[in-house]
Design a binder for this molecule. Structure first.
Ligand code: ZN
Length: 370
């Protein structure tokens, strides 16, 4: 079962797959509820049989989703279950019976009128759950002191602008944007290299988000993501991994095939981008010329057709990659044009089904009139 789940992970609705696989193994931490909680994996009483792969997902999700409440509103909004700050006997807690009747947030234990936490008696009158005095007070005493101080404040400060993520609705785009915006997350691996190339902060942000802005096709987004982060496998590295006999470029004897060679330096690539710019300029009536960095990272300066051009550049690199790494055959430019038309057809289909035909037509207007 585990292997099946893992192999279907790269699809967009990652969350659905993960959640259904994990439900039973995570029953003691509330199943998929866990992914809404502010947990720390070291305090979770996780099932011993939970495979390492899922532990890693839980650990990564923690980095994206954990918060540190700053206002009274934040504190009241905290889900108490699996909360990293609410620990009894060094472990975060989850009471299934209480969760079942809707007790989730800290606000359930709070009386707004008296501005205090509920007494055991009031709590029992309100919820009528199976509990005892000791269990109730051990939970209340586990609430951090700082939170209790915030709760005593008379004025009600609304919660800060934190919107919890829902793993069921998770897409690659959301994960990536969250990672980019997350202050505590280490900078992407490409950061140092891009800074050395002279890209400023705004340009780097554009480079990271570009693969997810110009296309909805996950395969292409991931492909460009790998290029940006220098983790795309070409012959040089495939040879090191013993997956290819030669590290060479199939067109240039004795020269290692690196991403830079494949996409820019190879004579085949040079000829391809020449034809590409001629074709693009003829189709769009433009006058573009591509620099080396623009081929690799995208055109960052503002042009009205930026989305289209950058999408086409990614398709171009994908085309070179398929020919030069997978098939090891000489690319024919007419095959690239066919590939582009297929991609446009696919995007049109998606646009129709999602009611976005207008933006589709705007993006591809020059290519549709032919
Ligand atoms: Zn070459």
């Amino acid at each position: 079962m585990g292997a099946n789940c893992a192999s279907s992970l790269p699809v967009v609705h990652l969350g659905v797959v993960v959640v259904s696989c994990l439900k039973s193994l995570l029953s003691n931490v509330g199943g998929s509820l866990l992914f809404q909680c502010n947990y720390n994996i070291q305090y979770l009483p996780l099932n011993e049989n939970l495979p390492k792969f899922y532990r890693e997902i839980i650990s990564h999700w923690q980095k994206i989703n954990n918060t540190n409440p700053k206002t009274k509103g934040d504190v009241l909004n905290q889900i108490i279950w699996n909360n990293q700050f609410i620990r009894v006997n060094k472990s975060s807690v989850f009471f299934p019976g209480w969760n079942k009747v809707g007790i989730r947030k800290l606000s359930c234990f709070f009386d707004n009128e008296s501005n205090t936490l509920l007494t055991f008696t009031t709590f029992m009158q309100k919820y009528n759950v199976k509990s005892n005095f000791l269990q109730y007070y051990s939970l209340l005493s586990a609430i951090p002191k700082e939170w209790k101080t915030l709760l005593k404040q008379e004025c009600f400060l609304p919660s800060t602008e934190y919107v919890p993520l829902s793993i069921e609705k998770l897409t690659c785009k959301t994960i990536y944007n969250t990672l980019l915006n997350h202050q505590h997350f280490p900078p992407p691996t490409a950061e140092k290299r891009l800074t050395e190339y002279g890209f400023n902060f705004q340009e780097r942000q554009k480079i990271y988000s570009l693969p997810f802005r110009v296309t909805n096709e996950v395969k292409l987004s991931v492909f460009q993501y790998k290029i940006v982060h220098n983790i795309l496998y070409t012959n040089k590295i495939l040879h090191k991994m013993k997956k290819k006999q030669q590290p060479d470029c199939p067109y240039c004897h004795g020269i290692d095939q690196t991403p830079l060679h494949l996409f820019v330096e190879c004579s085949i690539a040079k000829s391809f981008w020449n034809k590409f710019t001629n074709w693009y300029n003829a189709t769009c009536g433009g006058n573009i010329a591509l620099e080396q960095n623009e081929i690799i990272y995208g055109v960052l300066r503002y042009t009205s057709s930026c989305l289209t051009l950058n999408h086409l550049i990614i398709i171009g690199k994908y085309f070179l990659y398929i020919n030069g790494v997978h098939d090891e055959k000489r690319p024919q430019f007419k095959d690239f044009v066919t590939l582009v038309n297929e991609k446009i057809e696919l995007e049109k289909y998606i646009a129709i089904t999602t009611n976005k035909l207008l933006s589709f037509t705007k993006k591809w207007s020059n290519f549709l009139s032919n």
